[in-house]
Ligand binder design. Structure first.
Ligand SMILES: *[C@@H]1O[C@H](CO)[C@@H](O)[C@H](O)[C@H]1NC(C)=O
Ligand SMILES: *[C@@H]1O[C@H](CO)[C@@H](O)[C@H](O)[C@H]1NC(C)=O
Length: 563
């Protein structure tokens, strides 16, 4: 008898709780964070189009300014201008706490060393950067750029032989652990003789280098910087200009061929300008933020992101799986590698630039934790309703039932700090809403390509709309894109149109589907002439569909961003 009574009390209490929750639900109806009309027309579309082509699509931000900005502010002409000298505070770049003044001092020292000790020549030499992400990459990159010595980067190690053969560099900057591998390649191919290797660190440096001494000059990066510093740094004889090419980025084309894009200082500073616009204007990136990225500095996207962080004065680091030059079994795209960034005093990240795999891992871990709460399904229903009404929050009444504690378990001390997540590229449509529920911060789905500094497309951070996808045989073309989440309109600084359009079906009301062509200040110049079309349009060998509201769905080729 007392047992039964006890059960009864429990269910009574439960019943009461449910009734209260139901009433609370009625009173806690949230407001949309962004006006729905804005989301109905996301691109600025030209009125006319050419035969077989779509109209030109632009970002609305571009329309307001009248022209495409080549830089985040007018003082920024070349790469090193991105480090505002009046920004006093120190911030973390990976594990180093440094101020802009300190970075610029080291850049001047290394620059002087590269010219006077390593014998590189301004506007003549070029240098291959085989470096993992870290402060040495940034310092070398800026030092080379300020002396107008173009750098080469690879998005994948498999390209090394092809690059050494087709574009032999004057010098290679690399990690000690990588020296023996590169020396072997150099010795095998005699024409690379008389190279200079500039070696960062000592770990893994091969012992017996004497037999190479007559073929290659081997210098320690630290010594080059040290000697340069004794010379008191030295200014470049012919200072870099915004229209100078500062880097050539090599990547693997869809056909396994070596592809390359040239970027000027201006192309990169324009990329920084478009990165800034990924978040809403009133919640832009500030020195109080801390950015963690999963994209290697050797990709144009990852590099532009790093310079955006430098420009904004935020702390910055990349995760381990972004390293190109360590072959390590443990490189997996999980939340633990994001948490691992916070070693030492590194601040808690607030903005994460991650891959779809990271997103999937994080959101499914949170949801499976949250499910352990007995009110999970009720809470999920209410959070979903709020999301459909255009509202997202980590602190809603319903988050107390499973979601908050699950987030804390998975994201640890990042859970209350993260304020935006930018995922690039290729989130499956079915993962978008569950991820928003789980993490409950604005989530941007961006698209990047190795031909562009910064993103190409990016969704509106507060666009939470979900529409049923096309089913059945209504337009085969459209159903090809059904599985992909849309990536919003083109970003500021990139104009997009589709070519190879089927005019009859577009006139018949179908959504335009075709090959993407781009132009704009953040777009680099392909070395492959076949990609350059009249009027500055560039082919990137990807196709897309535009939806009626101006958002794009992209079919990624295997050319997209290797990370
Ligand atoms: C890259 O920058 C140059 C000048 O700095 C600019 O003229 C060009 O339009 C930009 N984009 C392309 C695709 O060349
Ligand atoms: C835009 O409209 C299309 C239908 O044309 C729809 O499938 C898509 O989900 C909408 N996206 C947004 C963000 O409004």
């Amino acid at each position: 008898m007392p047992d039964l009574l006890a059960i009864d009390e429990t269910s009574l209490a439960l019943g009461l709780v449910l009734i209260l929750l139901f009433i609370a639900g009625i009173f806690l109806k949230p407001d949309s964070l962004v006006h729905p009309i804005l989301l109905g027309r996301q691109s600025d579309v030209d009125k006319v189009r050419k035969k077989g082509e779509s109209a030109i699509y632009r970002n609305y931000g571009t329309g307001l300014m009248g022209r495409l900005p080549g830089r985040p502010s007018k003082e920024v002409q070349v790469l090193s201008d991105l480090l505002k000298p009046d920004f006093e505070g120190a911030r973390f770049l990976w594990s180093h706490e440094v101020s802009n003044v300190e970075i610029l001092r080291r850049v001047a020292a290394l620059g002087a060393g590269l010219v006077n000790v390593a014998g590189l020549r301004e506007r003549e030499s070029n240098v291959l950067l085989l470096l993992n992400d870290g402060i040495e990459f940034i310092i070398t990159d800026l030092a080379l750029a300020s002396h107008s010595i173009p750098s080469f980067t690879l998005t994948s190690l498999t390209l090394l032989t092809a690059v050494l053969e087709s574009h032999p560099p004057s010098a290679i900057v690399l990690h000690a652990s990588f020296v023996s591998q590169v020396l072997e390649l150099i010795i095998e191919n005699h024409e690379f003789a008389q190279h200079t290797l500039i070696v960062v660190g000592d770990d893994g440096m091969p012992k017996n280098l004497d037999r190479y001494r007559n073929k290659v000059k081997i210098l320690r990066w630290e010594d080059v910087e040290g000697e340069g510093s004794k010379l008191g740094g030295s200014a470049s004889r012919a200072p870099a200009e915004s229209k100078d090419v500062f880097t050539v980025s090599f990547y693997e084309g869809g056909d396994n061929e070596l592809k390359a894009t040239q970027f000027t200082h201006e192309n990169l500073t324009a990329g920084v300008a478009s990165m800034k616009f990924l978040l809403p204007f009133n919640a832009g990136i500030s020195p109080a933020d801390c950015i963690v990225s999963a994209f290697s500095l050797s990709t144009p996207y990852g590099r532009t992101l790093a310079y955006t962080a430098l420009y904004e004065g935020t702390s910055f680091a990349t995760v381990k799986s972004a390293s190109l030059y360590i072959v390590d079994e443990g490189n997996s795209r999980t939340v633990s590698e994001v948490l691992n960034v916070m070693q030492g005093n590194f601040p808690t990240p607030t903005i994460l630039f991650l891959t779809p795999q990271h997103l999937d891992f994080i959101s499914s871990s949170i949801l499976s934790q949250a499910k352990k709460s007995f009110l999970f399904f009720l809470a999920r229903r209410h959070k979903l309703a709020a999301l459909q009404a255009g509202f997202i929050s980590q602190d809603s009444f319903w988050d107390r039932f499973g979601f908050s504690s699950a987030r804390n378990m998975v994201l640890r001390n990042m859970d209350r700090k993260i304020r935006a997540l930018i995922i690039t590229s290729g989130v499956p449509a079915e993962n978008v809403t569950p991820s928003r529920l789980a993490i409950s911060v604005p989530l941007v789905h961006a698209h990047a390509h190795p031909a562009v500094a910064g993103p190409v497309f990016a969704s509106h951070p507060q666009d939470f709309q979900v529409f049923p996808s096309v089913t059945g045989d209504r337009k085969n073309e459209e159903s090809r894109f059904a599985k992909n989440a849309h990536v919003g309109p083109p970003v500021l600084n990139v104009e997009v149109k589709l070519i190879g359009l089927d005019d009859t079906s577009v006139v018949g009301g179908a959504k335009p589907v075709g090959e993407i062509v781009l132009r704009g200040p953040s777009v680099g110049k392909p070395l492959d002439e076949g990609r350059i079309l009249p009027d500055g349009w560039i082919r990137i060998h990807e196709s897309a569909m535009v939806q009626n509201n101006g958002t794009f769905k992209v079919q990624t080729s295997n050319e997209v961003l290797k990370t």
